[in-house]
Design a protein around this ligand. Structure first.
Ligand code: GLV
Ligand code: GLV
Length: 341
């Protein structure tokens, strides 16, 4: 069987050209050139019927043990066009010497911009206000119509002060916000110092914050991290913002907390599942702003992410000594046997 690279989605034109240029007599590229996800049955079929050496995937593809095992033992690299890699069974890859590439850093500032935009939009009810104008409800200036919550001078609690969390904090310092943060790895003076962020344990952070911003990675320890008890511990007018992964928040508990008035509002760039079904109660709550997972979605950044993922793919397929952007703790790609190099 010819060595094969699988690409699960249509890529920006120049990145597409670079990936397709990997093809040779000895290497075939199976390219799902579509804006719709590659269905799982087809992915599994492609994996099991080819000698897969590399997979270029998106965060919408579940690259679990079943998919990885279907590839056979020639697999060298899984490259995702995202900073999050919770959709990939990284432990399996580590155990089997498969390199895993991701796209850190490049999207940090773009995602922090979106996080602050979502925080402001939710606090100041911007989507609701814009919709009211379009619906002809703007009859006159009214003293308390569409009044929201001040961001300036508020206390913002960041759950997960990583690169993105710190970039959000830096922006909010400009609004005069006091920054608190929490996370399993404890105080992070290097990131916290420049933004004067103070470490708190989770309960203290929740009780103190006017805005709680979830910016941690989804790992087993953060799945459902914000549940019923955490939501109850928040101020009754607090705003929850999630730009991480939907699964970090117990979404049923969130819906309950919003209904019960345990918190004031929510701004969600990520949900469970994605897309959120039209029947979700979240979509009919005026105090909830849902965005379609667009944190990193600037033209420039998305093009850069796609390119980085292509660089990881290429390095992995060609058996380079290391991927340019490896997931921490993962292996270097196995040396190419010549066939696909
Ligand atoms: C987006 O959520 C990413 O992980 O890049
Ligand atoms: C998470 O991946 C971050 O960069 O904060």
């Amino acid at each position: 069987m010819t060595a094969t690279v699988i690409v699960t989605r249509q890529l920006p034109a120049d990145v597409e050209a670079a990936v397709l240029a990997l093809a040779s007599d000895d290497l075939k590229v199976l390219y799902h050139k579509s804006d719709d996800p590659l269905d799982r049955a087809t992915l599994l079929e492609w994996c099991s019927s080819s000698a897969v050496v590399g997979i270029y995937c998106l965060l919408t593809d579940r690259i679990d043990a079943e998919v990885l095992e279907a590839c056979g033992d020639g697999l060298r690299v899984v490259s995702t066009m995202s900073v999050g890699y919770n959709h990939i069974d990284v432990e399996w890859c580590k155990a089997h010497g498969v390199a895993v590439g991701y796209t850190p850093d490049v999207l940090t500032e773009t995602t922090a911009d979106l996080a602050v935009a979502l925080l402001l939009a939710t606090a100041r009810r911007i989507p609701e206000a814009a919709n009211a104008v379009k619906a002809g409800e703007w009859t006159t200036w009214k003293p308390m119509w569409l009044t929201g919550k001040d961001v300036f001078g508020s206390t913002v609690g960041i759950v997960g002060l990583g690169r993105i969390g710190a970039a959000i904090a830096r922006r909010l310092r400009g609004f005069g916000c006091a920054i608190r943060y929490t996370g399993a790895s404890g105080p992070k003076p290097d990131l916290a110092g420049p933004v004067e962020a103070e470490f708190r344990d989770m309960d203290a952070l929740l009780g103190e914050s006017d805005f709680v911003v979830v910016a941690c990675a989804l790992v087993p320890a953060t799945r459902g991290l914000i549940g019923a008890a955490q939501l109850r511990a928040m101020k009754s007018d607090a705003v929850l913002v999630n730009i991480s992964r939907g699964e970090v928040v117990d979404q049923d508990a969130l819906i309950e907390a919003l209904r019960a008035g345990d918190i004031g509002a929510a701004g969600l760039d990520v949900t469970t599942p994605e897309p959120l079904p039209a029947s979700s109660p979240l979509l009919s709550m005026p105090n909830v702003v849902v965005l379609p997972h667009i944190g990193s979605a600037s033209v420039r950044t998305r093009e850069l992410i796609a390119k980085m993922a292509a660089q990881n793919l290429q390095a992995g397929v060609q058996g380079a000594a290391a991927l340019p952007f490896p997931v921490p703790g993962t292996a270097a790609p196995p040396a190419a046997d010549g066939a696909a190099a």
